[in-house]
Design a binder for this molecule. Structure first.
Ligand SMILES: C[S@@+](CC[C@H](N)C(=O)[O-])C[C@H]1O[C@@H](n2cnc3c(N)ncnc32)[C@H](O)[C@@H]1O
Length: 279
């Protein structure tokens, strides 16, 4: 993606989370900031958004944020006081953070971050004192360097949410970021979604994936990086993570979509896979 312009995919996933607040009850991700942040940009066609594909994408966007925030809650319960949102886009956690002692760092491309800050101003959403913006391109500067300049405490554990970003990175940038996290004290961890290698997918899953891949490529943000779960586990272990967990569509469905009267859930062919890893 071009470094000088704000991410279009960040807008799209934020739209899906905002539409989730309106069309899906109960919400898997309860986010009272999602709609106000988008202000006048929040318009949608209800009929289109009720199509099976739109519902499936929306379910995944809601579930992946919820899953990461649930892992963050685990980290905070174990004493964590720092949360870095990598490739934050229009993530709203910092503006509805329930943890009084948590410091939050939003790391993103400078252009995406400036655009988000202008939306916050337009929507009169205050930037909390607990939040620090860290402008950074993972391809050109290491996460460790960016955090060190921003007041992040490299001597304390931290949790990292890294949603909708890994498939867009080069392997080198991915590895450098993992290593920066793995060098933090024990108790540190990360949660992210990743794209399965297309050649390892069933034909049905591959069709769903190709629809999404074509959309993000048309937005100028093509996917580059794919893994099988085994390859990813090897990457995480070699970076220095000890406890590693994966969640697929079935896992997310049983965690968040059981017994819904509206039938919202992730399709069996899956959309993305979640990983969490702890130092
Ligand atoms: C699909 S959006 C996801 C945004 C957010 N995490 C969410 O779930 O709403 C991808 C985000 O990754 C950021 N991004 C992509 N490549 C990046 C890079 N090389 N360095 C920093 N940020 C990057 C984009 O600016 C954008 O905010």
């Amino acid at each position: 993606m071009e470094t000088g312009r704000a991410s279009k995919t960040a807008f799209r996933v934020a739209m899906r989370r905002a539409i989730h607040q309106i069309l899906d009850q109960p919400c898997v991700l309860v986010d009272p900031i999602a709609v106000p942040l988008l202000g006048p940009h929040f318009t949608f066609d209800r009929e289109r958004e009720m199509s099976p594909l739109a519902r499936a994408f929306r379910a995944f966007m809601a579930a992946r944020s919820r899953f990461a925030e649930d892992r963050l809650a685990d980290a905070v319960a174990s004493g964590g006081t720092q949360y870095a949102v990598l490739g934050a886009g229009l993530d709203t956690f910092a503006y509805r953070n329930p943890f009084p002692n948590l410091r939050i760092f939003e790391v993103d491309f400078p252009a995406t971050q400036e655009w988000k800050r202008s939306l916050l101003v337009e929507a009169a959403i205050p930037v909390p004192g607990s939040l620090t913006f860290v402008p950074l391109d993972f391809e050109h500067k290491t996460l460790a360097a960016g955090l060190a300049e921003s007041g992040f405490d490299l001597g304390a554990s931290a949790f990292f949410g890294w949603l909708g970003v890994v498939p867009y990175l080069t392997r080198d940038a991915f590895r450098a970021t993992l290593q920066a996290i793995a060098q933090l004290p024990a108790g540190s961890g990360a949660c992210f979604d990743y794209a399965l290698s297309p050649e390892s997918m069933s034909p049905l899953r591959r069709r769903a994936f190709e629809t999404l891949a074509a959309r993000v490529a048309a937005a100028g943000e093509p996917f580059h990086l794919f893994f099988t779960p085994d390859e990813l586990e090897a990457e995480l272990r070699s970076a220095g993570f000890h406890t590693i967990g994966f969640a697929d569509s079935d896992d997310l469905n049983s965690l968040y979509f059981d017994n819904r009267s509206d039938g919202l859930k992730l399709p069996p062919e899956g959309l993305g896979m979640m990983a969490s890893a702890w130092v």
